[in-house]
Design a binder for this molecule. Structure first.
Ligand code: MGP
Ligand code: SAH
Length: 379
């Protein structure tokens, strides 16, 4: 059997949200649309503009401190064999939030560090209109411009879930255009979120659910996407020499992913700038139903890398042929494929396009195994 036949299984659209979606707020039926992609990836280029790349400063100092900066901008692969993940890296310049003219330190609650107080209008531009934050929220809320950017690439969604909603930094931006389920363990924080949502006039689009994401997400799904910014281990996360997502995030990140696998096809994980991208790619092991496509967005305020957004699944747009070429060039192609690289990558590319990357890679490795067996048999 040749590659074409091996890969030519019927295409079953992986977005079955249209049939299975349920969302029980008292509003008219929502019909989620097929996810549209986030911005198409730029093809991989080793000559990524040095002035624009955040890796510039780290390169000039000779030692890249943040693991994410070791990846080049553009398309690449992480992981091996059947666990290969297509990865796009994109730097996103966020307009630096304006600092207040005067610090108004006399209004600052004692427990709030000055560095967070000075960022308050960046956190919520309507801060002075009645925004509330508690101690944990001050250091963990997502800055408004970043949250707006994340929501902005999700405008195709009809129903979103924020599994760790906090004070509402992200929920408010999603709720500007879609129904949003806000899950949080802490009922007082959800009260704060409701208050903040009112300040932005989006409270009617939000359903608050008090509880453990691990226990209640499945019951609220399926949803078009799940966004998550779980606790990273407190503000001292930045001090660990090697930030380990498997031991620092609570609850256990592998369990979080297993829950997402059952509830959605699109996952966005918001992580510290110190997170290791290879560890993020390993998370797909726990989400076999989610397409192994990952886009890292590096959020920068000028030269400062603030945080990273990890987009996973259907919503990530890739160039199937470029991914196919990368995969095949890793596999020592001539050993088991009858055709030239160009022909094989066109076929694998169309299989990725039609069946999705997970099935296409599966079929490729099945074929490889079969060829290996038959080679042994004839020896
Ligand atoms: P930071 O690194 O503590 O702040 O958090 P900053 O100002 O970059 O620190 P500096 O010392 O380098 O100047 C950066 C951003 O990450 C915060 O604004 C929050 O949006 C987010 N963040 C920080 N923490 C500790 C958490 C966390 O535990 N959970 C989540 N979800 N977000 C966090
Ligand atoms: N993105 C939010 C900040 C999230 S901070 C914002 O912009 O405001 C992380 C939140 O996760 C905290 O509010 C914490 O109460 C909540 N949390 C911690 N463990 C949880 C769990 N198991 N299930 C749901 N929420 C949880």
């Amino acid at each position: 059997m040749d590659l074409k036949a091996a890969l030519a299984e019927p295409f079953i659209p992986s977005s079955n949200l249209l049939q299975t979606h349920r969302f029980n707020v008292d509003t008219p039926e929502f019909v989620p649309t097929q996810p549209r992609s986030i911005i198409p990836p730029r093809p991989y280029s080793s000559s990524a503009s040095p002035q624009q790349s955040p890796s510039k400063s780290s390169k000039s100092s000779g030692k890249p401190k943040l693991p994410i900066l070791k990846l080049k901008e553009g398309l690449q692969l992480l992981g091996n064999g059947k666990e290969t993940v297509s990865v796009t890296v994109r730097k996103v310049n966020i307009d630096s939030p304006k600092l207040p003219l005067s610090n108004d330190l006399e209004k600052k609650p004692k427990y709030v560090p000055v560095k967070y107080w000075n960022q308050r209008y960046g956190i919520f531009s309507k801060f002075d209109e009645g925004i509330q934050l508690d101690e944990e929220s001050w250091y963990s809320v997502t800055h408004e411009a970043i949250a707006r950017h994340i929501a902005g690439v999700c405008k195709w969604a009809k129903v979103a879930m924020d599994g760790f909603a906090g004070a509402g930094g992200n929920v408010i931006q999603f709720a500007e255009f879609c129904k949003t389920v806000a899950v949080d363990l802490d009922s007082r924080r959800l009260e704060i979120l409701r208050n903040n949502a009112k300040v932005y006039g989006v409270e009617d689009n939000i359903k608050c659910v008090t509880g453990d994401f691990l226990e209640c997400a499945e019951g609220e799904g399926p949803v078009d996407l799940i966004f998550m910014s779980p606790p990273w281990g407190g503000p001292d996360y930045v001090k660990s020499k090697k930030y380990d997502i498997f031991s620092s995030i609570t609850p256990d990140i592998t369990k979080i992913m297993q829950v997402c696998n059952k509830a959605t096809k699109n996952v966005i994980l918001y992580l510290p700038r110190t997170a290791n991208p290879s560890q993020v790619a390993q998370l797909f092991k726990y989400m076999p139903q989610v397409e192994r496509k990952l886009e890292f967005q590096i959020y920068c305020f000028g030269h400062k890398v603030k945080t990273i957004g990890c987009f996973m699944g259907e919503m990530v747009q890739i160039d199937p042929k470029a991914v196919a070429e990368l995969i095949l060039s890793r596999m020592k192609l001539p050993y088991f494929l009858p055709q030239n690289l160009e022909g094989a990558s066109v076929e694998l590319g169309s299989s990725i396009q039609n069946q999705g990357i997970n099935k296409a890679i599966d079929s490729l490795y099945k074929l490889k195994r079969r060829k290996k067996k038959s080679k042994k048999f004839y020896k």
